[in-house]
Design a protein around this ligand. Structure first.
Ligand code: AP5
Length: 215
């Protein structure tokens, strides 16, 4: 199964992708996580994208397509959840070509609809596990044991450099201007579905599962 989770920053793509990994044994491919890993490693690519990411703008299509092509090539046949990719029409077209070359096709694109005011609150409260990346929120989603990651038990947490009001404004604008135009692309293919991303995390998860189970 190949699924795209689509939605603005803070819609809950990463949160739901992690759930789907557990539920369906799919692999989460997050271009945001891959870019953050490049930055952490201090690679030339990581240094190149640092300022762009911190400002909230999108990294160029050629960098992103190069970054993800090898992963798609190795993992698509096992089943993947794409989180944060594609984000522009050229990226969507490149994904189609990559899958076609492997004789695969996209099963579903799930749009997570949300209210912008809520997104700012979600992003401002977000923190994640420094070791495994599991995502939490100051009010909505604390670890079960205070200060201990539910998934891996680590006690170290981090907050993202682009989760500040100025960068969030730019990220929302980039979504409206560059990413939302891919919705009609998938609607025309008949594979776009919507879920209410404002519902509670478990409820959003159930809506997505119902779609993937063909209900
Ligand atoms: P990326 O890492 O993809 O960030 P994003 O799209 O801005 O999305 P987020 O990770 O902020 O949000 P999310 O939807 O995953 O929400 P989450 O589950 O964490 O990209 C970062 C940057 O990298 C980009 O700005 C760009 O520069 C670059 N980049 C990446 N991919 C690119 C590409 N393809 N092309 C070009 N550039 C690219 O949830 C948020 C918070 O809300 C959490 O605290 C969570 O616990 C909470 N929450 C989640 N669901 C709910 C719920 N239902 N109710 C209440 N709280 C909830």
């Amino acid at each position: 199964m190949i699924v795209i989770l689509l939605g603005p920053p803070g819609a809950g793509k990463g949160t739901q992708a992690k759930r789907l990994e557990e539920r369906y044994g799919l692999v989460q491919l997050s271009t945001g996580d891959m870019l953050r890993a490049e930055r952490k490693s201090g690679s030339a690519l990581g240094r190149k994208v640092q300022a762009i990411m911190d400002s909230g703008r999108l990294v160029s299509d050629d960098i992103i397509i190069d970054l993800i092509a090898d992963r798609i090539d190795r993992l698509a046949s096992k089943g993947v959840i794409l989180d944060g990719f594609p984000r522009t029409v050229p990226q969507a077209e490149a994904l189609d070509r990559m899958l076609r070359d492997k004789g695969l096709k996209l099963d579903r694109v799930i749009e997570m609809t949300v209210d912008e005011a809520a997104l700012i609150d979600r992003i401002a409260g977000r923190f994640s596990c420094a070791r495994c990346g599991a995502s939490y929120h100051d009010r909505n989603h604390q670890p079960k044991v205070q200060g201990v990651c539910d998934v891996c038990g680590s006690k170290e947490f981090v907050r993202r450099g682009d989760d500040n009001p100025e960068a969030v404004k730019t990220r929302l604008e980039a979504y409206r201007r560059q990413t939302a135009p891919i919705l009609p692309y998938y609607r025309n293919k008949g594979i776009l579905r919507q879920v209410d991303g404002m519902a509670e995390i478990d409820s959003v998860g159930r809506q997505i599962e119902a779609i993937l189970n063909g209900q």
